[in-house]
Ligand binder design. Structure first.
Ligand code: AMP
Ligand code: MG
Length: 418
């Protein structure tokens, strides 16, 4: 199926077509482009996305290093008694040569002195003041020595572009002295909730009013995705004022996320405003929760009009916004890997592809099993608590049975307590 995206404000019939979630996602990803590269000091690089391949410029270790506390010796020298001719600790190079009949006391990580071909660990020796007795029948050549380049060789591609810089990655880069490092600029995102009924947490709730929760859950989801939230707030209820705020947000953001105002009601202003100021690609996705989902662009800025129901907003975020953020940040969009899991209970299907919040764990036989988080109403945020996966449940005539295999998307940033 192809969607004509060349003209602005296309015919309603085309835009209101129900898209398969995979097709909707492909359209989103087509419009997501990696952001510019910036250099940051290594110390600020944690959890950023590497923008260029990193090639090692050094061998590691740069000298043959001892992996044990012990005595550096000539391996083939079979005699137990050795004269201790020096003490090699880490951080300098002792100017001695180990020969038959001699040894140098050495610590872990210290450079192995000239002439030595093995290190006998201290547990296998009996040290005295000026000599040491080797209590090991046989010493292998190279024993307890990390040769030059054992961990890394100069010229090795150690990290490809797109790598998420976690503790090990940052440690490797630090070991190679690489600073500053090239990363993609963090996506700048604005979050705007709409709805006359919304009040701020902490303010009194009048008749018929509810507190705005989406803005806060979406900001938290954005934080876990490495985005920079440049603005978040409630949009004005009046159309012109809301459109003005939207224009300002679009100008300053790589992504603008709205919640609410995209269904069929008369007051669903976001849908109307997007139609006016943006190029809209789709408005409805064949999924539950979250059928009304608007995706549009203005220049390079991506606009996501998420539905207002709290679970719909978050599920739509996981399926569409998080992958788009990944691409902007220079990362692979497949941030929610698909696995096959065994259902532990019967599950009735719905009329759309349902993304059920679930807890996936490993049973005694090593199988991945899934149990639901309970009632799956799109208003019931409690159905997200402890969830680490979204089960993909397509429509069909009979219920899914306990023991049946289904697909699950493992969430990129699960939270909570299960
Ligand atoms: P809408 O998509 O605007 O029709 O909203 C659908 C449902 O979600 C309604 O029950 C709204 O009251 C609710 N809703 C909309 N926005 C929010 C929000 N920011 N926080 C909590 N609930 C919301
Ligand atoms: Mg609304």
């Amino acid at each position: 199926m192809s969607v004509d995206t060349s003209t602005k404000n296309q015919a309603t019939t085309d835009l209101d077509r129900l898209l398969h979630p995979d097709e909707a996602r492909a359209i989103v990803l087509e419009h997501a482009k990696p952001l510019p590269i910036e250099l940051v000091p290594l110390g600020d690089g944690g959890w950023r996305i590497l923008a260029e391949d990193v090639i090692s410029n050094e061998d590691h270790p740069p000298f043959p290093a001892s992996t044990m506390d012990g005595y550096a010796v000539v391996a083939e020298d079979g005699s137990p008694w050795r004269e201790v001719i020096g003490n090699q600790t880490a951080g300098f190079v002792l100017d001695v040569e180990v020969t038959h009949g001699t040894a140098v006391k050495i610590t872990t990580g210290a450079p192995v002195p000239r002439g030595a071909t093995a290190v006998v660990r201290v547990e296998n020796t009996e040290p005295s003041e000026d000599h040491v007795i080797i209590q090991q029948d046989h010493v292998d050549d190279g024993e307890n020595i990390r040769p030059i380049g054992y961990d890394l060789r100069s010229g090795d591609r150690i990290l490809p572009a797109g790598t998420v810089l976690g503790p090990a990655e940052i440690g490797l880069l630090a070991g190679l002295g690489m600073t500053p490092i090239p990363v993609r600029r963090r996506p700048r995102v604005s979050v705007l909730s709409t709805g006359d009924e919304l009040v701020e947490p902490g303010e009194p709730v009048g008749p018929g009013q509810i507190r705005d929760s989406n803005r806060f859950s979406l900001v938290t989801a954005l934080q876990s995705a490495g985005a920079e939230v440049v603005w978040s707030g409630k949009g004005p209820d009046e159309r012109d004022a809301l459109e003005r705020v939207m224009r300002e947000r679009i100008a300053e953001s790589d992504i603008v996320i709205t919640s609410g105002g995209v269904s069929m009601g008369e007051l669903d202003l976001i849908k109307l405003i997007l139609g006016d100021l943006a190029t809209v690609y789709f408005r409805r996705v064949f999924m539950k929760p979250g059928k009304p989902l608007n995706f549009a662009t203005v220049g390079d800025t991506l606009l996501f009009g998420l539905p207002g129901n709290p679970v719909s907003a978050l599920v739509s975020f996981e399926l569409f916004v998080r992958p788009a953020l990944a691409v902007l940040a220079g990362r692979d969009p497949n941030v929610t890997p698909k696995v096959t899991v065994t259902l532990t209970h019967e599950t009735p299907p719905t009329d759309r592809i349902e993304y059920q919040r679930a807890i996936v764990s490993v049973d005694q036989d090593g199988r991945l099993i899934a149990r639901t988080t309970g009632g799956q109403a799109s208003s019931r945020l409690a159905s997200y608590l402890g969830a680490n996966a979204l089960l993909v449940i397509p429509p069909r005539n009979e219920p899914y049975r306990a023991g049946e295999l289904v697909e699950a998307l493992l969430l990129d940033a699960p939270a909570g307590h299960i």
